[in-house]
Design a binder for this molecule. Structure first.
Ligand code: ASP
Length: 409
């Protein structure tokens, strides 16, 4: 199934799902299992995908540890730009409240919705897994602990003696490649998932055209809010950083990055765009090979501004749609979870969506809202992948300028 075709298949499935849900609301029980199957497929891949992606990413960092100063600068830029991106997503969705137009119904008891953290201390304590094996087995609402353990594992593996490290590192590399392939397989069934999940969701609205229009309006506002916040992050935040902190011309940089941006936009894969990004940052911006060949691959492995922004914004959107008020503490937990989850997202199409079910779980937001997110995910994936790639190019420029390199921008 090629990628362009998948866009159209999802669009067609969306349309058919809406029609089915409205015309045959009592028959959606026949197809509900298709949506359930698709969600199970996503759940099946997410934990192994996150673990292998984090360990492989950290190994990349570890292997470059001898680059010391460069490594620290790059990682600081990655962390702070991803944190700012996450907060941008949160603020935009809090401001425009796209979810408040939608009223989703759920089978989950409203008293059990929202997370149960009582205090900031509780939240921190919960990051450390009580028992990593039971967390891995029971899974998805313990995402933060699993990510924490994977980061530790990756760090200590990268510090092992070469003869031990390489065996396990190769194993994780192969494991990651296989998980990406299995994820690709699950994603190729997304048109069926969209069809069934949307049909079930819309069957609740039969005879209530007002609510149907509200859902469509809410989805449209959600789409525009996330796209707006991604554009804001690229064109305002990152441009200001380039202009004021490292004194380069952000417009020129943007112009030089057109090819990787278009490639990432159309492929929805920052990994597939990597060769082009490497080439243009070096040839057009004039960043040295020493920095490009270090910062860009590392960023492609662990730095995803667009993914983090999307995950945080999408989770708040679903919470709003269920009428869940997230407290300051819950929003803090969400920011931390999505920030770290973005590190564990692979550079492939729809990787962020694959993670959404565990992110929702980890803050106890019902997962039925995934159908709505899925309906418009392909469009958002294009914008967030371009943001991921652009964030990495800015990181390379930032590191180069702080190393006093003379650039063409
Ligand atoms: N498609 C994105 C990338 O390749 C990941 C995601 O946000 O789904 O960077």
């Amino acid at each position: 199934m090629n990628k362009i075709a998948l866009h159209w298949q999802i669009l067609l499935a969306l349309f058919l799902g809406v029609v089915f849900g409205i015309l045959l609301p009592t028959h959606t029980s026949w197809i509900k299992w298709i949506g359930d199957l698709f969600l199970r497929g996503l759940n099946m891949v997410v934990i192994p995908l996150v673990i292998s992606s984090i360990v492989v990413g950290i190994l990349n960092v570890g292997n470059s540890a001898n680059l010391g100063r460069l490594g620290i600068k790059a990682i600081l830029f990655f962390l702070s730009s991803t944190l700012i991106a996450t907060l941008t997503g949160l603020v935009f969705v809090d401001l425009f409240t796209p979810g408040s137009q939608v009223r989703l119904t759920t089978t989950v008891q409203s008293s059990s919705m929202g997370t149960h953290q009582n205090s900031f201390i509780d939240m921190l304590v919960n990051i450390i897994p009580f028992n990593i094996f039971s967390d891995l087995a029971t899974g998805s609402d313990r995402l933060l602990g699993i990510i924490f353990f994977s980061i530790l594992f990756g760090i200590f593996l990268s510090k092992e003696e070469v003869r031990f490290r390489d065996n396990l590192a190769n194993l994780f590399e192969v494991f990651f490649r296989i998980m990406m392939k299995i994820t690709g397989l699950v994603i190729s069934f997304s048109p069926f998932g969209v069809f069934a999940l949307i049909a079930v969701q819309f069957s609740h609205y039969t005879g209530n055209s007002e609510q149907m229009i509200a859902v469509a309006g809410g989805l449209g506002t959600y789409l525009l809010t996330i796209i707006g916040s991604l554009l804001f992050h690229n064109f305002v935040t990152l441009s200001l950083v380039l202009f004021f902190i490292v004194r380069v011309n952000p417009f020129k940089h943007l112009l030089y990055m057109i090819s990787p941006l278009l490639m990432s936009f159309s492929s929805s894969s920052s990994s597939a765009t990597l060769p082009l990004t490497l080439q243009d940052v070096e040839k057009k911006d004039g960043v040295s090979n020493r920095i490009t060949s270090f910062v860009i691959p590392l960023g492609t492995a662990i730095n995803r501004n667009g993914t983090a922004l999307f995950e945080c914004g999408a989770a708040v959107f679903v919470a709003q749609a269920y009428g869940i008020e997230l407290s300051f503490l819950q929003q803090t937990l969400l920011v931390a979870t999505t920030l770290l989850a973005s590190v564990g997202a692979a550079g492939i199409p729809m990787a962020a969506f694959v993670m959404m079910s565990v992110i929702l779980d980890s803050v106890n937001i019902p997962k039925e809202g995934l159908g709505l997110l899925l309906a418009v995910d392909r469009i958002l994936d294009m914008f967030r992948t371009a943001t991921n790639v652009y964030g990495n190019t800015c990181a390379a420029v930032f590191v180069a300028k702080t190393e006093n390199e003379v650039l063409n921008i």
